[in-house]
Design a protein around this ligand. Sequence first.
Ligand code: PMP
Ligand code: GLU
Length: 380
Amino acid sequence: MASSRLERVEESATIKAANVANKMRQQGADVISFSLGEPDFDTPKHICDAAADAMYRGETHYTPSAGIPELREAIAEKLKTENKLDVNASDVLVTPGAKQAIFEIMLTVLDDGDEAILFDPAWVSYESAIKFAGADTVWVPTDPYDGFKPQNLEEYITDKTRIVVVNTPGNPTGAVYDRSTLKNIADLAIDHDILVLSDEIYEKIIYDREHVSMGSIEGMQDRTITVNGFSKAYAMTGWRLGYACARPDIFDGMLKIQSHSVSSATSFVQYGGLAALQGSQEPVKEMVDEFKIRRDILVKGLNDIGIKCQTPGGAFYAFADVSEFGDGNQISEKLLVDAHVAVTPGSAFGESGKDFIRISYATSQERIKDGLERIKTALV
Ligand code: PMP
Ligand code: GLU
């Protein structure tokens, strides 16, 4: 029944792990879920109000496929001032989630047999998007003890390489790349005429570090496609709102796919996004302050148990080396069955993750402490 295109692709491992935990919960088990990467906070009220007002005002019809002009304008302004990108509203495509933007990008720039580079480990949906587009993924190793930076990137570039994905702050590692790391990648992209998909969805969730946008690096403006969204920064995962900014030929390709598939992001949701950008940023700061406290509790707790874990500089994931106790798949299974603690096995994110588990700390301090106790009892 299934097409060969579909058969190349696995179910999303992050969503699968979360579904298993939810199912156990529904059956009455007290599962502590460290699996899904989504903020546990409510969307700030002023954002909900703006979307509700828009809905009652009658903003319930199709919008232009690329998004409402006010939102595209506000995003361009944000990208200019915060990210130092030289963009106009006409370069901005509003999408129903960053995930949709990523699929549109891969389908636009990749042909059968092209190669796309991912740094291992990488978030699960990039590879699926590459496979759907008929291209091959080339995995470049990273070093967990050197900030998960790519190692020997140039060796993996061929004349078929079309695009490299950079995700900082990163999922699943929480690693933040500094300017010089990005510059090294940029130099290779320029030398070998390669595009960069820069996924910056965790840019606001960063601890005492500076977020640098790939597109702001000299020579990278035209070869970078910047992806971002509202899910993580504003706790708006269910709203499905993201965006991309791309040079005209790539923008046009993405828009073509968008107009034939989803038409546009939801009308009143886009007004919520506008309020998120134009309203107070205080809720973002409060969320990030809380994430930082949780991160510190988690990382210290894991290391105390003997699970090696570097301190992540951003996002809300810890990528922990469980090799002292078993491989990542075994330990994920054991934690779920014996301790009712749900994590995502590191192998879901690439070969290099096999000795790791990803722990999403988008849950309360109490649950994190409780989870650490359970992990200790199960493993030690
Ligand atoms: N990129 C990364 C790295 C992510 O972790 C996620 C999380 N779902 C996304 C993109 C997609 O976000 P969304 O579709 O909710 O905007
Ligand atoms: N990005 C989040 C995660 O990695 C949400 C689930 C998904 O879209 O993969 O858990």
